[in-house]
Design a protein. Structure first.
Length: 206
């Protein structure tokens, strides 16, 4: 997965669903296995294409959540009840299914360790997906590049990757890099998230 993303003609390829992870009640991660993935940079996305039995096709874009270093490609899809494609991943998709995708796509909104920092990441709802790829890339490389994440969600329960973000914060704190990852949340979520951070830090002290 860590191979450099070289410019090449994009073609559709089959991806097998190997795991489905419910991140929140409305957001699910789809872990995919691909035979011929050229590698990606954190921040890029893919196009996903679904084909019905009668040949009807629907195509949507999804950001890549996994780090370039990960062994699988991970997408996180938020369910829109009246949507055409996103409910498929929540109500229909099963481990072992095959979908089609092409990518990676996008060359401007990307970040690699070599680009340095400090970095300010701002996202709301599923907009956090490409940002977690950058945070995961940073963690996978053991980098202490300062990164601040401003993340907006309606409620604490809708914070995608909540526990992972807490763990990243605590890990930085243990390493003595308290000024590295900063998490700034919308006020409504902030109090409970702060208590999660405090609990995580207290456990780390033990
Ligand atoms: C670069 C990029 C990255 C993205 N990354 C992510 C990601 O990581 N995670 C994620 O969850 N999403 C992401 N998206 C959004 C994703 O591509 C889809 O738009 C989203 O999943 C909704 O698709 P859907 O088929 O479920 O809904 P759609 O069927 O596309 O419907 C979307 C909304 O539009 C309404 N609508 C549809 N047709 C009409 C019409 N004719 N008139 C009026 N209203 C209509 C529907 O009722 C619904 O509320 C990304 C988009 C882009 C462009």
């Amino acid at each position: 997965m860590a191979r450099a993303a070289l410019p090449r003609r994009l073609s559709w390829q089959a991806a097998e669903v190997v795991e489905l992870v419910d991140e929140t009640a409305g957001a699910r991660s789809i872990v995919l296995d691909l035979d011929d993935w050229p590698g990606h940079r954190a921040g890029q996305h893919v196009d996903v294409r679904l084909t019905a039995e009668d040949g009807y096709q629907a195509q949507r874009s999804y950001s890549i959540a996994s780090a370039p270093e990960d062994g699988h490609l991970v997408l996180t899809v938020e369910r829109l009840e009246d949507g055409e494609v996103s409910p498929f991943f929540h109500n229909v998709a099963e481990v072992g299914d095959e979908i089609e995708l092409r990518g990676p796509i996008g060359g401007h909104f990307v970040w690699s360790i070599e680009d340095g920092g400090p970095i300010l990441l701002i996202g709301g709802g599923s907009g956090v997906v490409p940002l977690i790829s950058m945070l995961r890339h940073r963690a996978a490389e053991g980098s202490n590049t300062p990164m601040a994440l401003i993340y907006s969600a309606r409620t604490e329960d809708e914070l995608i990757y909540r526990d992972e973000l807490v763990a990243m914060y605590v890990e930085d704190w243990i390493a003595g890099d308290q000024k590295c990852i900063r998490l700034i949340l919308r006020q409504r979520c902030k109090r409970s998230f702060d208590s999660l951070l405090i609990t995580g830090l207290q456990q780390a002290k033990l």
